[in-house]
Design a protein around this ligand. Structure first.
Ligand code: NAD
Length: 256
């Protein structure tokens, strides 16, 4: 599990442990890792590292295999957002550096994580699950850097579902907006800013939801359980589970 220190990743860790799983977390923030370890003790192994590093991903997989005897599910989840920065608001140098930083985490991180986990997953007929976004399928979930990176995630799922069959299932969950610690690239001056600082108030968030919801990370966790469970989803691979409701326009008024 990558990026399990806060937000959606932390909710997935808590839920997987509650479902009976042991979880290894690859996360760069030491203080977040301490919190996860304090909450779950022996059920969790914490590996401090960077998802853009093949070495760190391999270390996390090796930890999972030695501590828990194997790997059933790899969840690629750590990500960066671009805070919807429009193309024309990015000077060329910022654009180039921002692209590299954001794609390194959101795309390279998923691919090298998949590479590190692939053999261990194949041994157990396990599965990969990637966190995508409404921005993987629709415009307006970010700027061009984030939207392009999450669309690339659809390609990662499609190609790896093909390559890893029949031994490993590969799927994704596309959540919508939620108030978390999600940061942006330092190259765009967004490394210390969190999405929680810029999301509108709950009542306004509901106006953007076709389902009249201001969703939380907890609202998106069930598909991660479903897709990890062999018995419930053994026929499912190559799926992007759209949990965002972003493809359905909001009606002008909602009847209560
Ligand atoms: P978050 O920042 O709370 O969680 C992401 C975690 O990943 C953090 O703990 C962070 O420290 C860690 N991380 C970031 N870069 C890392 C790196 N290079 N190496 C190791 N760890 C790293 O944010 P979140 O909102 O829970 O984001 C999780 C996923 O959900 C992301 O892929 C994001 O794109 C996606 N998502 C978020 C939203 C939203 O509105 N928050 C909406 C749709 C999709």
């Amino acid at each position: 599990m990558t990026g399990g220190g806060s937000g959606l990743g932390r909710v997935i860790v808590d839920r997987y442990v509650a479902e009976g799983a042991n979880v290894t977390v690859l996360e760069r923030a030491a203080e977040k890792l301490h919190d996860v370890e304090a909450a779950h003790g022996d059920r969790v192994r914490a590996v401090q590292g960077d998802v853009t590093s093949g070495h760190d991903n391999a270390a996390a997989v090796a930890t999972a295999v030695s501590a828990f005897g194997g790997l059933d599910t790899f969840v690629g989840n750590a990500g960066l957002w671009d805070f919807g920065r429009p193309l024309l608001d990015m000077p060329m140098a910022d654009l180039e550096h921002g692209f590299r930083e954001l794609f390194d985490v959101n795309v390279k991180g998923y691919i090298v994580g998949a590479r590190a986990a692939a053999e261990a997953l194949a041994e157990r007929k396990g599965s990969m699950i990637f966190t995508l976004s409404n921005a993987a399928l629709y415009p307006c979930g970010g700027g061009v850097l984030y939207t392009a990176s999450k669309h690339a995630g659809v390609g990662v799922v499609s190609q790896l579902a093909y390559e890893m069959a029949p031994r490993v299932r590969v799927n994704a969950v596309a959540p919508g907006g939620m108030s978390t610690d999600l940061r942006g690239p330092h190259a765009l001056g967004l490394g210390s800013k969190a999405i929680s600082e810029v999301l509108p108030a709950e009542s306004q968030q509901r106006q953007y939801s076709a389902l009249d919801l201001a969703a939380t990370a907890e609202d998106y966790v069930d598909p991660y359980v479903l897709l990890a469970a062999r018995s419930e989803s053994r026929t499912v691979t190559g799926l992007v589970f759209d949990a965002s409701a972003a493809g359905t326009p909001r009606r002008p008024s909602v009847a209560h």
